[in-house]
Write a protein that binds this ligand. Structure first.
Ligand code: ASP
Length: 323
């Protein structure tokens, strides 16, 4: 039984007008102290720092939060350490099927894709769905075809494969019929941002769970479960046992706690995770309120995460008890 842990935000106090803030995660799971070598620990933090800087560069120059979350997530998708884009987990058939979503808090437009197999950066495909189609969620071959039509960068399916994920898949396959394994699941990525104009945005991207089958879709591309953003309230990105996050309407639940019950962002994040833990789920959430206050919450031993803002330098953390 994993203990519930409340996390203090890494971010600074409320921001003044014209300020900006960014937070991101690289997935929640069993990441206990000692499980990572010092080299791997440093590699994860350096990677999170690169993604923070990609998003911060956009926000610093007055760019849109939507551009910032896309930029940050693309860096993590390209990084084989994370379970998104290159480095994705394998399905039961030994394939990579990627899910992603993005939401613009300024107009509550959203785009998402599920089960895509050839787009290098699924978060950009999600954005294309939002901006270039009349739909919110495209899946499978249709989403792959839309990606080609939009001129997004295509890769051979083998591009997503890494040896570590393949070995995880082989271990899973040796335990025939086992449910999708979350023992060492981690690496879904997400970002939330507030720009200088006061607009919020959120994005999430994942390879899902090792051994997923039958076209399984998790919470990451479900608006209101894995991702949500609304100006004046909050931006949210989730990671964890997707089925539980879907049933809890996790990202939208956090938003409703703030909008309807006047909970502060950290309390809303903690209470949402408590609700998910209560039904047996595990994972974490990152959230940002309209004043740039960052909240991290999790009931797993760790979540790769970080934040940076106009008033606070970049900071990263991995373990649940890390400030
Ligand atoms: N939430 C993702 C899914 O269920 C997995 C994860 O965040 O680790 O697909």
């Amino acid at each position: 039984m994993i203990a519930f842990l409340c996390m203090a935000p890494l971010g600074a106090p409320a921001l003044a007008a014209g300020s900006w803030q960014l937070a991101l995660h690289g997935g929640a799971g069993v990441v206990e102290r000692g499980a990572l070598t010092p080299q791997l620990d440093a590699a994860y933090r350096a990677s999170l720092d690169r993604a923070l800087e990609a998003g911060a560069a956009v926000l610093r120059r007055g760019g849109a939060s939507l551009d910032a979350v896309e930029a940050a997530v693309r860096v993590l998708e390209d990084d084989p350490l994370f379970n998104a884009g290159k480095g994705a987990e394998f399905t039961a058939e030994g394939r990579n099927e990627l899910d992603a979503s993005i939401m613009d808090g300024s107009n509550r437009k959203a785009g998402a894709v599920a089960g895509v197999t050839r787009t290098r950066n699924p978060v950009s495909l999600a954005r294309a769905v939002m901006e270039q189609s009349a739909h919110v969620l495209l899946s499978g071959p249709g989403a792959d075809a839309f990606s080609v039509q939009q001129g997004l960068e295509q890769v051979e399916p083998g591009y997503f494969r890494t040896e570590e994920r393949w070995q995880q898949f082989l271990q899973w396959r040796d335990k025939r019929g086992a449910p999708p394994d979350r023992t060492h699941a981690y690496g879904t990525v997400g970002a939330v941002a507030l720009d200088q104009a006061g607009h919020l945005a959120a994005a999430t991207s994942t390879g899902g769970l090792t051994g997923k089958r039958w076209g399984r879709v998790g919470d990451s591309p479900i608006i209101g479960a894995g991702t949500y953003a609304e100006d004046g309230v909050c931006a949210v990105s989730a990671t964890g046992t997707g089925e539980f996050f879907i049933r809890a309407s996790a990202a939208r639940q956090l938003r409703d706690r703030m909008a309807w019950h006047r909970e502060r962002v950290q309390a809303a994040a903690d209470n949402t995770i408590r609700d998910i833990a209560g039904s047996g789920g595990d994972g974490g959430l990152i959230a940002l309120d309209a004043r740039g206050r960052v909240a991290f919450a999790m009931n797993s031993p760790g979540m790769y995460r970080g934040s940076v803002g106009s008033g606070n330098p970049a900071r990263t953390a991995i373990y649940a008890d890390e400030k």
